[in-house]
Ligand binder design. Structure first.
Ligand code: ADP
Ligand code: MG
Length: 735
């Protein structure tokens, strides 16, 4: 959320970095490259971690930490270093010995010896972190520890970190890069310039919150929090400072959402659709099933929005299989009967194709023209579709995000339905309303979203929840099987298919080597067809196929001609073939949890018992052999195990989403950086749920009582918002 646009009002904290003692042109340039352009940016470059007394272990006690599940940190002075050649492997190794007054510790590096051998000085004070390791003589050592320089042998002007056992100092750690370290801005270098920057500039930092908000929430003043977040006097001060900084980020985000919501609710230039929708009525009469109570309630909520002249901005949340598409279809018919067009956007082309097919079959007896627009269509067809959209002959245009491209012109766009998969966050939606007069917008999420995320990403939308699955659905049975049990799994598939059911077999795609993956999937498909299921009809589906080929395969699977669909994850979202009751997921440990849930959601859509079998590689489950595996690999395996076990334990999408978010963190949860997720400096959507709620309440209250932020007490908020956030969010004038 960092601003790159020049701010209008100049304050001393906008000064160039060279105003800080210890920063010359070289360092200023390196900092600039790293995105730190002003004194203010530097002051808001927060430590990513701290070394604190409670986490530091005396060297003599290290042996008690050999089995710890977190790295252990010691602080010691360098007393000896040497390069030796291993007699066994004939490779160079670097040994560094430090001592802390309770004992000495040897650290070893096998890699990067050339660099490490010149990296340290005798007398230097280091903080070192690693999993303590016992060598064959029972001595404790650190292998490839992480280190942080605390004080150079020659320096005197810093506090005596060496005494921190007694003083309780908390030392900030800063992220650095090779370029920054090269000009002396490693973690220690940052500590020095930040000390200077705080001394000369902290008092110039303007308060950003109103007094009443600060006092109601027991927050420290901003300049105080700045001091304390860099150089805390104790743990409670640090906690308060971090809370203040997180609050700021969350508050201003919520303020933006509150202002945006206020703008749309004041806006009466949207379309007031009339209630009468003969097409919706004929569809309702022809449906082969009854809508669930939840579907009916949600439909009423949507219809109310559509009738009002305020533009609709509604989020429809519902677990896989809860029947979102049909709800959306009723909304679409209401728009069409009012002689407006609908844009229906899906996250993938395959899904757009399926939606078009589904819509056409539901609408076969109605005079509604559905057109599909996706890449890979022949030029002539594409021109034809574009012309239908332009002239208004197309009532419903189905496609991917490409529907919002400039080349697509709608005659009378009245409703936009986005069937998304977490890919269309708060940022992108801002640019959406340009297409029509002021179309109504309905966003549907493919996977339930944890509450904290929903409040952040969709906090300006009204929310409808489909919390009920259609009746007669049996819960899907889920099991984990190992590679060597695959024959039995195949046997089971064979029996089910003989009873008239269909199955999916899904392979992971790993982005780095898509070609190789495809080859593997193709080879596996051939193996399955030829040696495993020679008597059955198999089909292969992957993302690199031409549109017509994909279409053809899906059509044949839907009609039952293909009995087993071997596929990459292209079928992940939304595919709907109720007769398919078996989902086999190969290399299941490679998939994210929400992805597994989505894949599983492809079965269990009809009245028959469905199964999901997760095939895993045994090596991933063998947690006994922790051995020399890095912490990263261990975590990866642990997480994979949690994912698969969660799948077996629950089918509830909300539970699964919460676990997934905890495992992966918000960035990964949303797949890509371009997901429209705001980037936080310090706030954390997983940990700060409570604070998000508080910040949201404050922001919405403020806008309720002072919609244009005109009151004098809100001046700091208004100024800060104008300077730092407004242009980033693309919001119009506040008032
Ligand atoms: P999702 O919410 O995952 O997008 P879909 O809209 O694809 O779910 O619906 C899943 C399946 O359930 C579809 O085959 C759909 O036709 C069917 N369905 C929807 N509503 C009902 C209902 N009320 N009763 C029975 N089946 C329904
Ligand atoms: Mg769907």
């Amino acid at each position: 959320m960092k601003s790159t646009v020049l701010r209008q009002s100049k304050s001393p904290t906008d000064s160039p970095l060279q105003y800080i003692k210890g920063i010359g042109p070289k360092r200023a340039r390196a900092l600039q490259e790293a995105g730190i352009r002003s004194v203010r940016d530097l002051l808001f470059y927060f430590p990513f971690d701290y070394l604190d007394r409670s986490r530091i272990v005396a060297i003599k006690d290290l042996r008690h930490y050999v089995d710890a599940d977190k790295p252990t940190t010691v602080i010691g002075e360098v007393i000896r270093q040497e390069v030796r050649r291993s007699r066994r492997t004939n490779r160079m190794m670097f040994f560094l010995t430090v001592q802390d007054g309770t004992g000495a510790l040897q650290c070893v590096w096998f890699e990067g010896v050339q660099w490490y051998k010149d990296a340290f000085e005798v007398g230097e004070l280091l903080a070192l972190s690693a999993y303590p390791d016992q060598d064959k003589f029972g001595r404790i050592q650190f292998i490839h520890p992480e280190f942080d320089r605390l004080k150079g042998a020659e320096e005197e002007d810093e506090p005596d970190w060496g005494k921190m056992f007694n003083t309780g100092s908390i030392i900030p750690k800063y992220r650095s890069t090779a370029e920054l370290a090269h000009v002396g801005l490693d973690s220690r270098g940052f500590r020095r310039v930040l000390r200077n920057a705080l001394r000369s500039h902290a008092h110039h930092v303007k308060e950003t919150l109103a007094h009443d908000i600060i006092s109601r929430n027991n927050l420290p003043a901003l300049h105080h929090a700045l001091q304390q977040i860099h150089f805390p006097s104790d743990h409670s001060q640090l906690a308060l400072a971090r809370r203040r900084m997180k609050f700021d980020e969350l508050f201003f985000l919520q303020l933006m959402l509150a202002l945006r919501k206020r703008q749309t609710s004041e806006d009466v230039t949207g379309i007031a659709f009339s209630k009468q929708s003969p097409s919706a009525k004929s569809l309702a009469d022809a449906l082969p099933f009854r809508l669930t109570a939840a579907q009916q309630r949600v439909l009423r909520e949507i219809a109310d929005d559509m009738r009002s002249p305020k533009p609709m901005n509604r989020l429809l949340q519902g677990d896989v299989g809860s029947g979102k598409t049909i709800v959306a279809l009723f909304a679409m018919l209401m728009a069409v009967d009012n002689r407006y067009q609908v844009a229906f956007m899906a996250p993938t082309e395959i899904l757009a194709e399926q939606h078009a097919r589904t819509l056409k079959s539901f609408l076969q007896n109605l005079p509604v023209n559905v057109r599909l627009l996706i890449g890979g269509q022949r030029k002539k067809l594409r021109e034809d579709v574009l012309e239908d959209i332009r002239s208004g002959r197309a009532h419903i245009a189905v496609g991917t995000h490409a529907l919002l491209e400039e080349t697509v012109e709608f005659a009378r766009l009245g409703l936009v339905v986005i069937d998304e998969q977490h890919r269309f966050g708060v940022m992108q939606r801002a640019g959406l309303r340009q297409k029509g007069v002021r179309p109504d917008v309905l966003v549907m999420t493919a996977t339930p979203i944890p509450r904290t995320l929903a409040l952040t990403l969709y906090g300006d939308l009204d929310v409808s929840i489909l919390n009920e699955l259609p009746a007669h659905r049996k819960p899907i049975k889920t099991a984990i099987r190992m590679e060597h049990q695959k024959e039995r799994v195949y046997q089971f598939v064979r029996e089910e298919v003989r009873r008239g059911r269909q199955a999916y077999i899904v392979f992971p795609l790993i982005e780095e080597s898509e070609k190789i993956d495809l080859k593997a999937a193709t080879a596996e498909f051939e193996r399955l067809q030829e040696s495993v299921f020679p008597e059955l009809r198999l089909g292969l589906l992957h993302g690199r196929m031409k549109t017509e080929e994909k279409d053809e395969i899906m059509r044949r699977f839907q009609s039952g001609d293909i009995q087993i669909l071997v596929s990459t994850t292209v079928i992940e979202v939304g595919i709907d073939v109720p007769n398919a009751t078996i989902m086999i997921i190969e290399n299941a440990e490679r998939f994210g949890l929400s992805q597994l849930h989505q894949l599983r959601g492809r079965v269990g859509r009809g009245a028959d018992q469905s199964y999901c079998i997760l095939i895993a590689n045994y090596a991933w489950f063998d947690t006994q052999r922790r051995g020399k595996e890095s912490g990263e690999v261990q975590k990866e395996k642990h997480d994979a195990k949690v994912r698969l076990e969660t799948m077996v334990e629950t089918t509830d999408g909300f539970t699964i989403a919460e676990v997934d978010l905890k495992l992966r963190g918000p960035g990964e949860f949303f797949g890509t950086r371009q997901s429209g997720m705001p980037q936080f400096r310090i706030a954390n959507l997983v940990e700060d749920g409570e604070l998000i709620a508080v910040a949201r309440k404050e922001a919405f209250e403020l806008v309720k009582h002072d919609p244009h932020l005109r009151q004098a007490v809100h001046e700091p908020v208004r100024t800060h918002f104008e300077e730092e956030y407004r242009h980033v969010w693309g919001l119009g004038e506040i008032g």
